[in-house]
Design a protein around this ligand. Structure first.
Ligand SMILES: Cc1ncc(COP(=O)(O)O)c(C=O)c1O
Length: 439
């Protein structure tokens, strides 16, 4: 459906809510434009002033089967009448167990145990603790540009923007290394010159900074999300796997954003045929309700009763929503649609690239796609202000997109998007670029 703007946003009701929000709610979130939602369905969002938007965000890669899918709504309503908070920490109930049984069937063989939490950050915290407990080692390695959440452990791994970390340290002992970024390869100005990242870990980090037998785990996003939808070469994960195997280091794949069929297969690491030791998931796995899961093998996830838990972990409402959306994604071939629609989106983005010098790079896998805006294609200086202006302009025309990295626009729509809806979004974006560049 075409977007429909009846009152230029923010309209009067939106302004009123935003004004109240500014007085009472913590303003630590970074919102890109003043959207005040009233309801949502499928691919569409409505604001409190009656404007209808076409959504390319899925609420940061959450609403994979579209907003407020009727099956999920029905399942949650019915579950709420029988049991919502099941106190899974103290009492058992069937829904979380069924969900865990179902979920492990989507995992690479050998990953067959699930720890329940409520968010991506918590799924990462659980992985940190599990890795330390299992290896009795203290250090971690993660990547510049990586985002793993904002609780203290997850934040220690995160290195996307300094504002996330400023004044919050000291952190866990984490060594950050560059991520393999084909658009911005390690240059002569980087400490490792032309050395590739996995060599850098082996030759530099393990020689100068930490002995490998003190490293519990390497945390990696198979495709960087918040860092700018950076797609590494397919060998990158394989080489990391080899390094981990060589030193008995655990490989943790953070699939919070890239997982759940967004790139085609259930897990993005499947593109490299790499089997991680621990998988972190959240966002889309809960079908719109708060749910985090940390998965590992039965052998690895042997921590004794009392060693880790959370009051709401295994919540019946979240788990029934997760179970329903998992069934939907499988039944409606969400992964296949992500692949096919992703190809259509990529073709449209490449056409925009051919038209506008402002776009320095087009990249992505499935429906995890992005364009990076640069001041010019030679210097590749990030065009952050121009990116922000384009996001705002798209919003004012009824298309919701989100930023990532320094100057990236990300496309992470619900996986149910059609080619026609992609074309509507792209034509609005074309108008935004034409206006911004005066062409
Ligand atoms: C890859 C990744 N890991 C972890 C997180 C943290 O998730 P949450 O915001 O649910 O804590 C995010 C959030 O964007 C993410 O993209």
């Amino acid at each position: 459906m075409e977007p429909k703007i009846v009152t230029p946003p923010p309209g009067p009701r939106a302004r009123h809510v935003l004004e109240r929000d500014s007085r009472v709610v913590s303003q630590s979130m970074a919102r890109e434009y003043p959207l005040v939602l009233e309801r949502a369905k499928g691919m569409n969002l409505w604001d409190v002033d009656g404007n209808r938007y076409l959504d390319f965000s899925a609420g940061i890669a959450v609403m994979n089967m579209g907003w407020n899918h009727p099956d999920v709504v029905r399942a949650v309503q019915s579950q709420a009448e029988s049991l919502s908070h099941g106190a899974f920490l103290d009492f058992c109930s069937e829904v979380p167990v069924t969900f865990a049984e179902r979920l492990v069937r989507f995992m690479p063989s050998g990953i067959d145990r699930v720890y329940f939490s409520n968010s991506g950050a918590e799924s990462v915290e659980a992985a940190i603790k599990l890795a330390r407990r299992a290896t009795k080692r203290k250090y971690f390695i993660s990547f510049y540009g990586g985002f793993h959440g904002r609780t203290m452990g997850a934040l220690s791994l995160t290195a996307t923007k300094v504002i996330h970390r400023q004044y919050f340290g000291p952190f866990l002992p984490v060594i950050h290394v560059p991520y393999e970024n084909p658009y911005r390869p390690l240059s002569a100005s980087s400490p490792s010159c032309e050395i590739d990242v996995v060599n850098y870990i082996n030759e530099e980090v393990f020689r100068t900074e930490v002995a490998p037998d003190e490293v519990a785990a390497i945390f990696v996003e198979p495709i960087q999300g918040e860092g700018g939808y950076v797609v590494p070469p397919v060998d990158f994960l394989r080489q990391l796997r080899e390094t981990c195997d060589m030193h008995d280091i655990l490989l943790v794949c953070d699939e919070v954003q890239a997982g759940c069929f967004r790139t085609g297969p259930f897990l993005a690491c499947e593109h490299s045929r790499v089997v991680p030791d621990i998988v972190c998931m959240a966002k889309a796995i809960g079908g719109g309700l708060p749910l985090g899961v940390t998965l590992a093998s039965d052998e690895l996830m042997r921590w004794p009763p009392g060693s880790h838990a959370s009051t709401f972990g295994g919540n019946n409402l979240s788990c029934i929503a997760g179970l329903t959306v998992l069934d939907l994604m499988e039944r409606e071939h969400a992964g296949k649609n992500a692949e096919l629609r992703g190809r259509h989106l990529m073709k449209g983005l490449k056409e925009l690239y051919a038209q506008y010098e402002l776009i320095g790079d087009v990249r992505g896998v499935g429906l995890m796609a992005a364009i990076e805006l640069v001041e010019d294609r030679t210097t590749k200086i990030p065009a952050k202000a121009k990116r922000n202006a384009i996001l705002k302009s798209a919003f004012e025309k009824g298309v919701c997109l989100l930023p990532a990295g320094q100057s990236v626009i990300r496309f992470s729509p619900p996986l149910i998007i059609s080619d026609e809806e992609i074309d509507v979004g792209l034509s609005v974006l074309d108008r935004c670029f034409a206006e911004a560049t005066g062409s």
